[in-house]
Design a protein. Structure first.
Length: 75
C-alpha cells in the first residue's frame, strides 16, 4: 500500500488542509476587522475635520463681529 493511501495519511492530510483553511479564514476575518477599523477611523477623521472647520468659521465670525464693534466705537 502506498503511504498516502493509508487512512492515517488521509486523516493527516485532511487535518493539515483544515488547519490551513482555518488560518486563512482567520486572516480574512482579521483583514475585514482592520478594514472596519480603518473605515471607522476615516469617518471619525472626517467628522473631526468638519468640526475643526466649523470651529474656525465660528471663531472667524466672532473676530469679525468684534472688529465691527470696534469700528462702530471708533466712529
Amino acid at each position: 500500500m502506498v503511504p498516502w493511501e493509508s487512512e492515517q495519511a488521509k486523516l493527516q492530510a485532511k487535518s493539515v488542509c483544515n488547519d490551513f483553511y482555518n488560518q486563512l479564514i482567520g486572516k480574512i476575518e482579521l483583514n475585514d476587522l482592520h478594514k472596519l477599523n480603518l473605515d471607522k477611523l476615516t469617518r471619525e477623521n472626517q467628522e473631526l475635520k468638519k468640526q475643526i472647520n466649523h470651529d474656525e468659521q465660528v471663531k472667524a465670525l466672532r473676530i469679525k463681529k468684534s472688529q465691527m464693534k470696534i469700528l462702530r466705537y471708533l466712529k
